[in-house]
Each structure stands twice: as C-alpha cells, then as structure tokens.
Design a protein around this ligand. Structure first.
Ligand SMILES: *[C@@H]1O[C@H](CO)[C@@H](O)[C@H](O)[C@H]1NC(C)=O
Ligand SMILES: *[C@@H]1O[C@H](CO)[C@@H](O)[C@H](O)[C@H]1NC(C)=O
Ligand SMILES: *[C@@H]1O[C@H](CO)[C@@H](O)[C@H](O)[C@H]1NC(C)=O
Ligand SMILES: *[C@@H]1O[C@H](CO)[C@@H](O)[C@H](O)[C@H]1NC(C)=O
Ligand SMILES: *[C@@H]1O[C@H](CO)[C@@H](O)[C@H](O)[C@H]1NC(C)=O
Ligand SMILES: *[C@@H]1O[C@H](CO)[C@@H](O)[C@H](O)[C@H]1NC(C)=O
Ligand SMILES: *[C@@H]1O[C@H](CO)[C@@H](O)[C@H](O)[C@H]1NC(C)=O
Length: 477
C-alpha cells in the first residue's frame, strides 16, 4: 500500500497505466532461417502455444494477413534501412503507414510501431532524423484516428545507458541528449513507452566475473551477494530489474519520470561456441522461465514495484542464417520445424502444474560429440554399466531414430536415473551432459511435444493470483 502512495506522488500516470493493465509476455519473430516456415505455419505455432503478443522486424504483408482475425497483438517495425527516407519526408512516412498499417487494421491487431532498432548505438548517421521519423509516423496515425490504439516508439540497446550500476547513478550516453530529450518528450506527450532491449546474458559475459551467473539467471542469491544501491538502499536480486531501473533513473536524470518501459527484447542463447560456455539449454531455460514468471507476476522492479514490465522474448525461432558467434543462431524457443529447443519450466504457479519438471534432470548425449566416443560410451553403458538396452534393438520401441546420439542418450539417461543421479554419473568421458529437458519427450519419435502451454500457464496463474492483487490495489486507492 505504501508503494502506491509513493507512485501517486512521484508519477501519477504510472498508476493509470499500471494498475489495470497486466504485464504480458510476447515473442520476437526473426526470419533469418533457411527453411522458414510459412506465415500460416508460424501462426499455427503461435496459436498452439497461445502466444498472444508478437513483434515483427518488418511489416511483412503475408505475415500480417496470416495474423488477421487471430486476436494476436502485433508490433510491426520500420526496418532501419527505410528510416532515413521516412525521417526526411512526412509523405514517405504517411505512405509507409498506409501500406503497412492502415491496409491491415482492424483485421490484424497492430498495437505498436517500432521505428528502427537500436538506432543510436548501431546507425548513428540516422540519429538526426530519428525523432522526425517517429513524429511523421505518429501524425499519419493521428490522421487515421489510430494514434490511441497504436503506439510509436524506437527500441534502444541498454548499452546506451552508462554507469548502470548502481541504477540510481545511471544516465543515457550524453552524446545523445540532443536526440533523447525530444524523443522522451515525444513518448511522454503521445502516451507511449520507452522500448528497451535487456540482455543480462551480455552483462554477465562482459563483466569478467563481476556479475554472478545466478544474478543474471534470476536464481536466488544469498543476502550477502545481493546488490544494494547505496543511494536508494534498494536491493537488486537480478540483472534484469537493475537494467530496467537504470533506464528509469536515466530518464529521470533528464526530468522524465512518468514514461513506462516496454522490454522489446530479452532472452538467453541455448548454444554457443567454445568461448561461450554459458550459452546452454539449461541456462536459456532457467532464464526464460524465470523471466516469464517474473513478468507475469507483475512484480515490477525495486524502484517501481507492481508496475508491469511487459516483455518480448528474443526469440521464437533459432535463426540459422545469422552471422557471428554460434550463440547468435541459438536464441530461439523453437526450431524452424516447430519443435521446442527446450521445455520451459513454468512452475510455481500453483498446484495446476502437477508434472513439475523444474527439479527433474536428465542425462543426454552431446549433439556435437565425437561419434566414436559416443559409440564407446554407449557400449560401456549397455555392457559393464548394466543398462537394459534391449529397447534399442531393431524393431523395439526406442530403435527409431536410429542414430548413435539418440541411442546413447537413451542409455546415458537410463544409467544416470538408475544410479540415483549421483555425482559423475552423467559424464561418459565428456560426451554426456545434464539437462532439464526430458529427452523422451523431446525425441522426434514421440511427436507429442510437451512444451508447457503459455495460455494454460497464464490462465492458471491469474485464476490463482490476479483477483486478490487487483483487489488489494483498489482498496489501497
Ligand atoms: C487489440 O489489442 C488491444 C490491446 O491489447 C485490445 O485492447 C483490443 O481489444 C484488441 N482488439 C481486438 C479487435 O482484438
Ligand atoms: C504530415 O502528414 C500528416 C498526414 O499523414 C498530416 O496530418 C500532417 O499535417 C503532416 N505534417 C506536416 C508537418 O506536413
Ligand atoms: C557515447 O556515444 C558516442 C557516440 O556513439 C560514442 O562514441 C561513445 O563511445 C559513447 N560513450 C560511451 C562511454 O560508451
Ligand atoms: C531538471 O529539472 C531541474 C529542476 O527543475 C533543473 O534544475 C534541471 O536543469 C533539469 N534538467 C534537465 C536535464 O532538464
Ligand atoms: C510476485 O509478486 C510478489 C509481490 O507482488 C512478490 O512478493 C513475489 O516475490 C513475486 N514472485 C515472483 C516469482 O516474482
Ligand atoms: C502428468 O503426467 C501424467 C503421466 O505422464 C499425465 O497422465 C498427466 O496428464 C500429467 N498432468 C499434467 C497436469 O500435465
Ligand atoms: C525440488 O526438490 C527439493 C528436494 O526434493 C524440494 O525440497 C524442492 O521443493 C523442489 N522444488 C520444486 C520447485 O519442486
């Protein structure tokens, strides 16, 4: 109750945008994929997973048509290469809006336009026209009477925020004040939000050990390791909150205290090269599962408890055509064929999730392990290891798919479970690894992928939690 009072004094509009709107989880859809699924297939996956909010990196016509009449909320993007033209010409902007937005609403529920992506940190030459681009796009929406339902903003990299810990001392790179000040004025006057990409993975990797992995993954920290902002005495239990609060403080440094934040990208890669040892399925699963719980709980941040921070996960699919380190291609929740990269464990939402996988671990063969070493380990498990490998024989239940990785996984996991998961029983000379994803569920021969369904989770969660909380906030007012 105290915090609502504080909010009322400090920033009245937070209350109006936050108390009644719950935070949502959305998903980014990148398309640098060899076998890109058709728009119809993509929408089928979204529906099957009950994903209600998506962000596109363009305004692809076929995709927007496929999203029509689905109820899915869509953020479209002005690709960075069209920004210069739009920022220099009101007519070009109006034309873009006519073709990419007006042609699709209301059938397709477009709720926001992301103008460019991380422009100030990646395309500084476009920076001088960035605010004009937002204003021109917005005036076209005003002319069509759509400015209330479609918000205009531009996603920023969190690297724009300097001295981000402690959050109370954070500020936007001063070089960009001439852009940030009019931009924030625009966001404030149009009731829009600051779009921010938040990547605790990079904060962790680039910190050279200063940021504990647990702190990046939202895992509980011993109180002695919690980060405390000495100026505000606020306790930070995870990097995500600290970055979001740094953005709030950076805005208030420029005297803007009532602009909400929308996290346009956040995620964790499930695979990396040898220099990226923390890009693993378990870490990706832990991060995204904890992030989803954190966001849907409307926990807010230490600076603004209870103020929802809606977040788009980066990203729906692994994008195999992306260049750079291996991790770049492995941020997805799904493979292009629609199979899950790992099973999110969204427990903690009450008793509905009877089959809590959070605590379950399995032992699987590493995909990239040497085939001869795998075969040797498989032979050992089925021989001296005393695993019953008869289901792997031709014609038996686990014969298909007939490859050494799948067979080794069967044997490794049987051995691991049989030995009570004791230490060292999932190694097999380095070709095995512990995971929280049940290999028998993820295996293609059982087509029933048991990825926890977003809607079930959200519904179950809110049935349990929403009403009392909202009621409490009503009573507080
Ligand atoms: C479109 O999305 C907005 C924001 O979530 C919602 O308020 C509105 O009801 C939706 N419109 C339709 C037609 O579904
Ligand atoms: C820009 O175009 C919109 C229509 O798209 C119009 O309402 C507005 O007046 C124009 N602004 C300028 C500065 O020409
Ligand atoms: C601030 O932005 C400018 C322009 O992009 C860049 O040259 C400078 O390195 C940035 N400062 C810091 C500390 O990152
Ligand atoms: C913020 O407001 C204070 C008090 O009105 C003023 O002194 C300060 O110059 C303002 N800062 C900016 C960046 O506008
Ligand atoms: C959910 O929010 C409440 C406060 O509203 C907080 O006490 C609790 O720790 C949060 N749970 C999670 C999982 O974030
Ligand atoms: C839990 O697992 C059992 C057996 O695998 C299954 O029959 C049941 O439907 C599952 N329950 C839920 C809530 O997923
Ligand atoms: C995980 O297992 C431990 C020990 O069996 C138990 O105390 C804990 O509550 C479990 N956690 C979850 C989330 O089920």
């Amino acid at each position: 109750m105290v915090f609502l009072g504080d909010l009322l004094v400090e920033s009245p509009s937070f209350v109006s945008v936050s108390v009644f709107a719950d935070a949502f989880i959305g998903v980014n859809i990148g398309t640098d994929i060899t076998d890109i699924p058709s728009p119809t297939d993509i929408v089928a996956l979204l529906k099957a997973q009950s994903i209600q909010h998506v962000r596109l990196y363009d305004a692809d016509r076929a995709m927007l048509l496929a999203l029509a009449h689905t109820g899915i909320r869509v953020t479209v993007s002005v690709p960075s290469d069209q920004l210069l033209g739009i920022g220099q010409s009101n007519a070009t902007a109006a034309n873009w809006v006519a073709h990419n937005v007006l042609a699709h609403v209301p059938a397709t529920n477009i709720t926001a336009i992301a103008v460019g992506s991380e422009v100030l940190t990646t395309l500084p030459n476009v920076a001088p026209v960035l605010v004009s681009a937002l204003e021109f796009i917005h005036s076209a929406l005003v002319a069509a009477n759509l400015d209330q339902q479609i918000k205009v903003s531009t996603p920023h990299s969190s690297s724009l925020i300097l001295d981000s810990f402690p959050p109370s001392q954070a500020f936007f790179n001063r070089t960009w004040d001439p852009v940030m000040v009019p931009l924030l004025k625009f966001l404030q006057s149009t009731g829009s939000y600051l779009m921010l990409n938040v990547y605790p993975y990079y904060d962790y990797v680039q910190s050279n050990g200063a940021v504990p992995l647990d702190y990046a993954l939202f895992r509980p920290l011993p109180p002695t390791r919690e980060a405390v902002d000495a100026n505000t005495l606020l306790h930070y239990t995870n990097v995500f909150d600290a970055v979001v609060d740094a953005a709030y403080f950076a805005m208030s440094y420029l005297n803007f205290t009532n602009i909400p934040i929308l996290v346009t990208e956040s995620g964790w890669p499930s695979k990396g090269d040898s220099s990226e040892p923390d890009a693993t399925p378990d870490n990706a699963n832990t991060y995204n599962s904890n992030l989803i719980r954190h966001v849907l709980n409307n926990t807010g941040t230490p600076k603004h408890p209870g103020v929802p921070i809606s977040t788009y996960i980066y990203e729906l699919y692994n994008e195999d055509l992306r260049t750079g380190p291996v991790s770049e291609q492995n941020w997805g929740l799904f493979y292009a064929n629609g199979g899950p990269v790992y099973t999110l464990h969204l427990t903690g939402a009450g008793t509905v999730f009877a089959n809590d996988t959070t605590n379950q671990t399995f032992c699987v063969a590493k995909n990239d392990a040497d085939t001869k070493m795998l075969q040797a380990a498989l032979d050992w498990a089925c021989g001296p290891g005393k695993v019953d490998c008869s289901p792997l024989l031709q014609g038996q239940t686990c014969y298909e798919p007939d490859n050494v990785v799948q067979h080794a996984t069967y044997a490794f996991n049987a051995y691991y479970q049989k030995t009570g998961k004791s230490l060292g029983t999932c190694d097999f000379k380095g070709v095995a690894i512990v995971t929280t994803t049940n290999p028998s569920k993820a295996s293609p021969h059982i087509h029933n992928y048991l990825l926890v369904n977003f809607t079930d989770f959200i519904n179950n969660f809110f049935v349990q939690n929403k009403s009392p909380k909202i009621l409490k906030q009503f009573l507080a007012i």
